[in-house]
Design a protein around this ligand. Structure first.
Ligand SMILES: [Zn+2]
Ligand SMILES: [Zn+2]
Ligand SMILES: [Zn+2]
Length: 294
């Protein structure tokens, strides 16, 4: 895995077009799998002592201090998905319509159509199918009984959709994608995913690069220790550190986001109770460990 400085250098080179995207990805991921813990690296351990404070930033204890991240870096795929979503939105705003024949060809190629049975009398959807009785169907709406339901063709549905995309006839998710996901879509879902695909392909290089730069910056931030606090072992195990922020009163200690101030800023009585709770939390966990429950 690249070191903190290595990542900064890589990000700058990529941003200034001194290195291609594929090579940058290779350099970043060559000897590390995404999600691997950065604190196993030597670089992290070497820089850690510079950032660890001399007291717990929650309870002021000096006992067994650890450095804790308040957030974790996101995956590359998450950044990519977010960026594709914005590009798709812009694309749809400027190209809201798709050529009907292009749309039809896309559906025929990529989707399986499972038509909805209709009552031949009133065209109501999903007449009830009877196992033992003859004729096979009975319409719940007009009570008409019949042996054979009628179906609309894909082409018919598409035509209705082009006249009125909110029409009653075209709302059903009766198209199943032929890929491994087997997604059930209606025509407006299909149009969205097609437009998203077109947007993605149009700017694929830019999208990937933007996502990768954000991913690198996120990892750099993580390795910079910018978003960390020093917590004693007790506090680190008692609090959800992803839900902590600096106390607005003393601007020195950290507090859970649900509380108005940190423990240190509480009136004496409450402060004592809170400290006991931390102590108790630790003992509780020790007991669980001793009993082998944890
Ligand atoms: Zn503490
Ligand atoms: Zn009917
Ligand atoms: Zn405070």
């Amino acid at each position: 895995m690249l070191t903190y400085h290595g990542l900064i250098e890589l990000r700058d080179k990529l941003a200034n077009n001194e290195i291609g995207l594929e090579l940058a990805k290779e350099k970043c991921w060559s000897d590390f799998k995404e999600g691997q813990r950065s604190w196993h690296t030597k670089d992290w351990k070497d820089r850690r002592p510079k950032f660890i404070k001399e007291k717990c930033e929650i309870c002021s204890s000096k006992e067994t201090l650890t450095i804790q991240h308040l957030s974790h870096p996101k995956k590359y795929s998450e950044f990519k998905r977010e960026i594709i979503r914005t590009y798709a939105k812009d694309y749809i705003d400027t190209n809201p319509n798709i050529d009907k024949s292009e749309f039809t060809a896309h559906i025929l190629k990529k989707y399986e159509y499972v038509p909805i049975p209709l009552c031949p009398n009133c065209m109501c959807k999903n007449p009830s199918e009877r196992v033992r009785k003859i004729p096979k169907y009975r319409c719940a709406d007009c009570k008409h009984e019949f042996e054979e339901a009628i179906y609309r063709s894909e082409i018919e549905l598409i035509s209705i959709f082009y006249q009125d995309e909110d029409a009653y006839e075209v709302r059903d998710k009766c198209f199943i994608s032929k890929d491994k996901w087997r997604n059930k879509h209606n025509l407006s879902n299909i149009r969205y995913w097609l437009q998203r695909e077109l947007a993605k392909n149009k700017d694929s290089e830019t999208i990937e690069k933007k996502a990768f730069l954000l991913y690198l910056s996120d990892n750099i931030k993580y390795l910079s220790f910018e978003d960390t606090i020093t917590a004693c072992k007790k506090c680190a195990s008692s609090f959800d550190l992803h839900k902590m922020e600096l106390c607005p009163k003393c601007k020195k200690h950290y507090k859970g986001i649900q509380y108005p101030t940190c423990i240190q800023c509480l009136p004496e009585e409450k402060r004592k109770a809170a400290m006991e709770k931390i102590e108790f939390g630790k003992e509780w966990q020790d007991m669980h460990k001793r009993l082998g429950i944890d």
